[in-house]
Design a protein around this ligand. Structure first.
Ligand code: GDP
Length: 281
């Protein structure tokens, strides 16, 4: 632990195809060239519908993954969000102890996993593309509200003008929203992960943000809250497992569950009965 906590932890989210891996590759190579040591971790709970991982198994960040200063952790497969989040938190500490000074946690725009990543990072970036419509991008207002910067990617070629318009529109909307971080007006930016335009500005925004949170004490406060939240979630997980593995509960649950499912017994009464059994066997 004395060797941890010294990195900048950045979260990046966006729908599949928004350009997360291309952006991380472009930005990551720049950071490595500047002498930073970068670890990229994916928080990708396997889809319960398809059974596959959303961030995919395709070769991602080909050049960055070969850079001696970069470490890209393959997408953990299998398991629910809780397990992936727990492993990621531990990996963050390991990477820091190992000497990585910038950590990027990547996730997909599917809701729950963004909240989990927000609770592990200092600065949270939302990657968007122009013209697809927020609904199409699966972006809920809630996700915009937890972002410290909105980055409109693919601002190149024919798309550049549309990206700039989208940026202006987001900046207008952001003025009406409560910022995710106190005292920080969440900006909208444009970039192109292909041409590299806007990449330096993007990183400068992260650095400005870090300066703001450090100067105001938000950084320390947030990291402390995150540690406590981690402890609480570990306790909750442990207690839940203990409950469901308890022999009495495990043997009674299937029958009671089907009674609830078929409407023969109300959930409240069954829950009360099971909990009583658990606490006063
Ligand atoms: P991810 O699913 O969010 O990781 O998205 P990818 O990084 O895999 O990018 C999806 C597609 O968009 C790929 O074909 C990329 O080459 C392309 N792409 C990503 N960034 C840009 C960009 O800045 N400009 C253009 N024109 N294409 C991009």
């Amino acid at each position: 632990l004395p060797h941890t906590g010294k990195s900048i932890r950045v979260g990046i989210t966006g729908v599949p195809g928004a350009g997360k891996s291309t952006t991380i590759e472009n930005l990551g190579l720049r950071l490595c060239e500047k002498g930073h040591r970068l670890a990229v971790l994916a928080v990708d709970p396997s889809s319960t519908v398809t059974g596959g991982s959303i961030l995919g198994d395709k070769t991602r960040m080909e050049h960055l993954s070969r850079h001696p200063h970069a470490f890209i952790r393959p997408t953990p497969s299998g398991g629910a969000l809780g397990g992936v989040a727990r492993k990621t938190r531990e990996t963050v500490l390991l990477c820091e102890a190992f000497g990585f000074d910038i950590l990027i946690l990547e996730t997909v725009g599917v809701g729950q996993s963004e909240i989990a990543v927000r609770s592990m990072v200092d600065c949270f970036l939302l990657l968007m593309i122009a013209g697809a419509g927020d609904e199409l991008q699966g972006i809920k207002k809630g996700v915009i509200e937890i972002a410290d910067a909105i980055v409109v990617n693919k601002a190149d070629g024919d798309n550049e003008r549309r990206a700039r318009l989208a940026k202006a529109e987001y900046n207008r909307v952001l003025h009406f929203l409560q910022p995710a971080t106190e005292g920080w007006q969440t900006p909208a930016l444009t970039c192109s992960a292909i041409t590299g335009a806007g990449m330096e500005e993007l990183w400068q925004t992260v650095l400005d943000f870090m300066q703001h949170v450090r100067a105001t004490g938000i950084f320390t406060q947030r990291r402390q809250q995150q540690n406590v939240a981690w402890l609480k979630s570990m306790l909750e997980e442990g207690i839940l497992n203990y409950f469901f593995q308890h022999p009495e509960i495990a043997s009674r649950l299937p029958q009671l569950q089907s009674a609830v499912a078929s409407g023969k017994a109300p959930a409240t009464a069954v829950a009360r009965e099971l909990l009583q059994h658990f606490f006063q066997p």
